[in-house]
Design a protein. Structure first.
Length: 109
C-alpha cells in the first residue's frame, strides 16, 4: 500500500474514534424518538394534537418512564462506533435501540 492510502485509512480511523458518540448522545436521541412515537400514537395524524400530547406527556411524567427505561440501557463502545441496547426481559432478547458513528446517532425502528 502507498503512504497516501495508509494515511487516509489512519485519518478515517482516527476520526471514527474521535467522533464516536457517547451514552448521553444515544439516550437523548432514543428518548426523543420514543416520546415522539408515543405522542404520534396517542394523537393520531393531527400535528396540533401531537404537540399537545408531547407537552402532556412531559407535564404528567410520561417522559420520566422513558428516562427510567433508558437509565438501565446498555451502552456498547466498539472504539469506531457504538450502540445502545435495551434488554427485553419478556422475550429474553437484547434490542438495539441506536447505532452511533462519526458523531451521529441513528435510532433503530
Amino acid at each position: 500500500m502507498s503512504k497516501k492510502k495508509i494515511s487516509l485509512i489512519a485519518f478515517v480511523a482516527l476520526m471514527m474514534f474521535w467522533l464516536n458518540p457517547d451514552k448521553p448522545n444515544h439516550i437523548e436521541k432514543v428518548r426523543d424518538k420514543l416520546i415522539d412515537d408515543v405522542s404520534k400514537t396517542i394523537a393520531g395524524k393531527d400535528p396540533n394534537m401531537q404537540s399537545i400530547t408531547t407537552g402532556a406527556l412531559k407535564l404528567f411524567g410520561g417522559d420520566s418512564a422513558v428516562d427510567q427505561i433508558l437509565e438501565i440501557a446498555n451502552y456498547n463502545d466498539y472504539v469506531f462506533f457504538s450502540t445502545l441496547g435495551i434488554n427485553d426481559r419478556i422475550n429474553k432478547k437484547k434490542i438495539t435501540a441506536s447505532v452511533g458513528v462519526l458523531g451521529m446517532v441513528f435510532v433503530v425502528d
